[in-house]
Design a binder for this molecule. Structure first.
Ligand code: TXA
Ligand code: MG
Length: 319
């Protein structure tokens, strides 16, 4: 069994594996990542194999400090610096022109690289011990639900990773928010664990929406169908939009439905978007079981983390 508790000894072992070109699944504050030496192209290629990504999508490089992370960029505009200072370590990924040291397989040939400093002590210890940036996508199979526990990773990737470091349930539960800069202005590539409102407050300007209908999606997390659970998912405004039954599940925001469903999950009994975000993928994973044909998912308020929750639910509903 490749699943091990994230103890200091196991983290050291995992770091040695990374230095040797191995692949390690590890917890971050957002979701679990599938990591390899970010400066070793062959090791990065194994990530794609294990995930079964149909083509090489660019990876996020994870560093253990903002000072080290900056070295992976060739240029950092001032407003980006401000965001780094304010939000790293944290659920923010910045996409900026890459340094020469960053291999092409990491960026899929793009002139830019995605970098973040995760706010999780196990992840930081792992990166520090490895002594190099760790390239990591979410540790799920391509197009499927992101993992928020080591058990989710195990379910999707089995014995693929050399080690799965178990650091418990991830705190945020949604992938990082991805921001790039166009002519010095912040542009949103993927809504995520850091609410847009907070970024705008820190930046002092509006974050622009990603350019629509660009021929090539800038972030595959932006592919229409992504984050899909095995059952069909339908968005509803409330229980009146759902048909109860044994084969149907109901994913409520804060209140249990009255009707009788095969399974019911409540994202946040307190009606708190942060709590809902943290529970989203775990609820969907647990509904991915035999017999459930359709999941009715309630729309949540589209503010703060609600925006990222709605983004993931909308994508999961496309099929
Ligand atoms: O929270 C997270 O971001 C997690 C944890 C493990 O850090 N990682 C994650 O990685 O969600 P992944 O590969 O599932 O999603 C990364 C997204 C992809 O959609 C990818 O296309 C985009 O980042 N990306 C990476 N490099 C890029 C670049 N140079 N330009 C535009 N998008 C990029
Ligand atoms: Mg992903």
């Amino acid at each position: 069994m490749n699943r091990r508790k994230a103890t200091p000894a196991n983290i050291r072992k995992a770091a040695a594996l990374i230095r040797d070109g191995g692949v390690v699944a590890f917890p971050t504050e957002t979701v679990y990542g599938l990591g390899a030496d970010g400066l070793n192209p062959e090791a990065c290629a194994r990530i794609f194999e294990i995930k079964g990504r149909p083509r090489f999508d660019p990876l996020i490089l994870h560093e253990c400090s903002a000072a080290r992370a900056r070295k992976l960029f060739s240029r950092v505009p001032k407003p980006a610096l401000k965001l780094m200072r304010k939000f790293w370590p944290g659920p923010l990924t910045l996409v900026l022109p890459k340094a020469r040291s960053v291999p092409d397989i990491v960026t899929a040939g793009l002139p830019t690289v995605a970098v973040r400093v995760p706010a999780n002590r196990h992840a930081l210890a792992l990166i520090k011990a490895a002594g190099r940036p760790i390239a990591a996508p979410s540790a799920n199979s391509f197009g499927r639900l992101s993992p928020t526990t080591a058990a989710h990773v195990r379910k999707h990737l089995g014995g693929g990773p050399d080690i799965i470091l178990d650091g418990g349930k991830t705190v945020i539960g949604l992938e990082s928010t991805i921001i790039t800069f166009v002519k010095g202005r912040p542009v949103l590539l993927r809504p995520g664990g850091l609410p847009l409102e907070e970024i705008e407050k820190a930046a002092g300007v509006k974050v622009l929406a990603r350019e629509r209908n660009s021929a090539r999606p800038q972030a595959p997390g932006c592919l229409k169908k992504h984050y899909a659970p095995a059952a069909a998912l339908k968005l509803v405004d409330g229980e009146s939009g759902a048909k109860p039954g044994r084969n149907a599940a109901y994913l409520a925001f804060s209140r249990r439905p009255a009707g009788s469903f095969g399974a019911v999950r409540v994202l946040s009994p307190r009606g708190d978007l942060r709590e809902a975000a943290a529970n989203l993928f775990a609820c969907l994973h647990s509904l991915e079981r035999k017999g459930i044909a359709v999941i009715y998912a309630e729309r949540v308020p589209a503010r703060g983390l609600g925006r990222a929750i709605m983004d993931r639910l909308k994508r999961a509903s496309k099929r």
